[in-house]
Design a protein around this ligand. Structure first.
Ligand SMILES: CNc1nc2cc3c(=O)[nH]c(N)nc3c(CCO)c2[nH]1
Length: 374
């Protein structure tokens, strides 16, 4: 059964696309970068700054929120937007990936994944039906199917087993989602590791079921960038052109530029805030590690032409001091500077595709990154 389409393609330039995704809590301009607010907060930032930086949509996690404070509790308090104060679109991941990377004693069966909470050791079962129920309680605008993501490198048998399980879980997730009100969306997730035939089989299976959008999963799990890009080349063309494509967990600015060039519309990654907390800034001219002693006497801001005040108004010497002193303000400033840079990059990408100048944008942006004189 085909699901309604809330995505509108506005322009294409080669395989790159720019569009608009309408959700119950607002519009999402694509290509979009979704900052990751895992446990209902953007670490080190106010939502006001996330919005001002240009983010239309943020990501939350079923795994974390169902364990603490609890999905039913968030529903009773009005849902994620009311609970957190972020009043825009939200996407929630289904939990399978986080179980495999965070929980203890986890076990995957046909029915569900079972695990012990990393918070209090309680035994938890997460089935496709429970994952969808949690995402409905959270009230997220875009829910993800429950899937199993295999880290790479992996044996073909294991990749195929997880891909076929994920297809069966896609079916169950879709059935559990059917009662959702109009406008709320469910995305399927393509698996298949680094094996083209399995990627095609997974994409075909999901498209036959029909979803509001399609994620490319099972990547950014340890494989070289070349393998990730090759799998996007195999998968994107197998997905409908009129529906959004979301590359999960990606990535660096370079990863994003390469994936947009191959037809990807949505991204999420913890890197901007995580690297910010570790003293690394993303700028138009590449990454700057403020922990490095070479910044100790440097009065220059990170980028005097930046659209983001904190990137223009603070000396590198001060940022270096804050980072070395472990001052909270250091993590806060670098988190907002990095989120702002990622959104600046996405705005540049959207404008370039809309004007048919993506190739020039791609070349100039990559040249700026490698200037190295920063
Ligand atoms: C950082 N790399 C990464 N690869 C991913 C791959 C997957 C995946 O295959 N499935 C699901 N449900 N989530 C994924 C996530 C979490 C998204 O932030 C990933 N994150």
């Amino acid at each position: 059964m085909t699901l309604p389409n809330h995505f509108e393609l506005l322009a294409t330039d080669g395989a790159a696309r720019t569009g608009r995704l309408t959700t119950p809590h607002g519009m999402v301009r694509t290509p979009a970068f979704m900052p990751v607010g895992t446990a209902g907060a953007m670490k080190g930032m106010h939502w006001r700054e996330v919005r001002e930086a240009g983010a239309d949509i943020v990501l939350g996690n079923t795994y974390h929120l169902m364990l603490r404070p609890g999905a039913e509790r968030i529903a009773a308090l009005g849902g994620l937007q009311r609970f957190t104060g972020w009043n825009g679109p939200m996407l929630t991941d289904s939990g399978g990936f986080q179980v495999m990377s965070l929980a203890d004693l986890r076990k995957v069966s046909e029915h569900a994944v079972t695990f012990r909470s990393h918070i209090d050791g309680a035994k938890v079962e997460l089935s496709p039906e429970r994952s969808i129920e949690v995402q409905r309680f959270l009230g997220s605008d875009i829910a993800m199917q429950m899937d199993e993501c295999v880290r790479l490198p992996a044996e073909r048998d294991d990749i195929e087993r997880a891909m076929r399980l994920s297809l069966r879980w896609a079916e169950r997730s879709k059935r559990a989602f059917e009662s959702a009100p109009d406008g709320y969306m469910l995305f399927g997730i393509v698996q298949g590791g680094d094996i083209p035939q399995l990627r095609h089989a997974s994409a075909q299976g999901l498209v036959e079921m029909g979803f509001h959008g399609y994620a490319i999963g099972g990547l950014a799990v340890g494989e070289p960038q070349a393998v990730m890009l090759a799998m996007i080349d195999e998968t994107a063309p197998a997905l409908p052109t009129d529906r959004p494509r979301y590359l999960m967990g990606v990535g660096t600015p370079d990863d994003i530029l390469e994936a947009v060039k191959r037809g990807v519309d949505m991204f999420d990654c913890v890197m901007p805030t995580r690297n910010g907390r570790h003293g690394v800034a993303f700028t138009r001219f590449g990454q700057v590690n403020l922990r490095n002693a070479r910044h100790a006497d440097d009065p220059r801001p990170l980028d005097e032409a930046s659209t983001w005040p904190s990137a223009r108004n603070y000396a590198r010497a001060y940022l270096h001091h804050l980072v070395k002193a472990g001052e909270t303000l250091g993590a806060m400033l670098l988190s907002e500077i990095n989120i702002a840079y990622y959104q600046f990059l996405m705005q540049g990408i959207r404008d370039a595709i809309a004007h048919g100048t993506f190739e020039e944008f791609y070349q100039r942006t990559r040249a700026d990154w490698s200037r190295g004189d920063i």
